[in-house]
Write a protein that binds this ligand. Sequence first.
Ligand code: PXL
Length: 277
Amino acid sequence: MTYPKILTIQDISCYGQCSLTVALPIISACGVETCVLPSAVLSTHTGGFTGFTFRDLTEDMPAIKDHWVKEGIKFDAIYTGYLGSTKQIDYVADIFEATGAEHFVKIVDPAMADNGKLYVGFDEAFVEAMKTLCAKADYVLPNLTEACFLTGTEYRTEYDRAYIDEILAKLTALGCKNIIFTGISYKPDTNGVVVYENGQYSYYEHSKQPNSCHGTGDIYASAFVGALMRGKSAYESAKIAADYTVECIKRTAQEENHWYGAAFEPVLQKLVEAVNR
Ligand code: PXL
């Protein structure tokens, strides 16, 4: 079994089952060494809580990078999620340059928006900077809202293949290479993920759940990264991540008042089995 080492850069939301508290256990469970660089520390995530604390760690990043360079530390992949400031995006680009091993894989989840809106705290300047990071990535994993912000496209809740193709073309024009486009639903009862790899379109369709939970984008991206780093193809990784995310959403439906995140831990074994198959 290969034992790759990855770095993931995203926030610690102390409470709320998202970002690093999801990425670290999920990618580790896939059998991948998972190093972390917290972009910020928040008391909770920003989706539905008010009055959360926010410690921006932007200014710690250059010194952390410099230390890793001095130690000769290199990563086989770098996966970024929720970033704490526009300036951080430049620092992340420096970290790509300085700490990527030969042929390392860059995965960018432009975690900044959902349901037609930017998350609290993000603005147009952040979106502009995120475009430049997406152009550097080998894989980007936007949801529909994020893709609309990145491409200046009107957000729609009902659409057809032509609308999605237009967005894929605009993302490609921005410099995005391989696009894992999540939450794409062409029919009322199904959901799915588009895998757009080297200009080739494929689609994995799965069931649509009646409930939705916060943090599923992070679960999806983390499972995708874990599977990809274990040698699965992009399509197979997208499928494994989709099946696991559906299991998490179903398991969450059994809980009362679990609106702030998804119960990913009780079904983690299913992901482990899938990546080891
Ligand atoms: O799940 C994305 C995410 C990550 N981190 C923080 C968030 C959100 C979404 O709202 O607020 C802090």
